[in-house]
Design a protein around this ligand. Structure first.
Ligand SMILES: [Zn+2]
Length: 201
């Protein structure tokens, strides 16, 4: 039996990004719940960090919970997938104002170069998204080395893991697509296809 863990980023008092009247935590949860259904339909066992809108521990503690579960389960999680949405906005050092980059768009999977399994997982998902015609950012995958920072989810989780940035909420096309049911189905099918391909390696 394949054991998977999914994580809907943020939750409760932690909204994550907020843009165009949409809260990232809500989008993450919608996608995660639908991804869970798709993965279960394919015969996998799925555990998820949050199904409702409640506050969950910060990433480090979340990872410890996942690792604890991974240790106790036999044979543990085959893969862990965390769902997030992105914004391209940064504070201008000189003026202190928020600068937005609305042209940045697309999907990518973040992974650790140190883990060949995590790299293979991210690569399989990125390729499946490319095949499905999803617009990609960074060629579909980005290592935490290139990202320029470590992410607890990826560096502290024992099983192979990837963090998916589904799209940029600051890009009008991405934001609209992310809210469309047909796009959601396409993206979720592609993510599940990628996970399936990874499991066959
Ligand atoms: Zn996020």
């Amino acid at each position: 039996m394949v054991n998977l863990c999914t994580d809907a980023g943020h939750g409760g008092t932690d909204s994550g990004a907020a843009w165009g009247g949409v809260l990232e935590k809500d989008m993450n949860r919608e996608y995660t719940l639908q991804l869970n259904e798709e993965l279960k339909r394919r015969g996998y066992r799925v555990l998820t960090t949050r199904k409702a809108d409640f506050s969950v521990p910060p990433l480090r503690t979340r990872c410890q919970l996942v690792n604890e579960h991974h240790r106790q389960e036999s044979p543990g999680f085959d893969a862990v997938v965390s769902i997030h949405c992105n914004v391209a906005a940064a504070e201008d050092q000189a003026t202190g104002q928020l600068r937005v980059y609305p042209n940045r768009r697309g999907f990518y999977a973040i992974y650790s170069e140190e883990s060949s399994k995590s790299t293979a997982l991210a690569s399989a998902i990125a390729n499946a998204c490319k095949d499905a015609g999803i617009v990609l950012s960074h060629g579909g995958m980005l290592s935490t080395v290139k990202l320029g920072r470590t992410l607890a989810w990826i560096h502290r989780t024992t099983p192979p893991s990837t963090l998916l940035e589904l799209g940029y909420m600051t890009n009008p096309e991405d934001l609209e697509l992310l809210q469309q049911e047909s796009y959601r189905s396409t993206l979720i099918t592609a993510i599940a296809d990628g996970i399936a391909k990874y499991l066959r390696i």
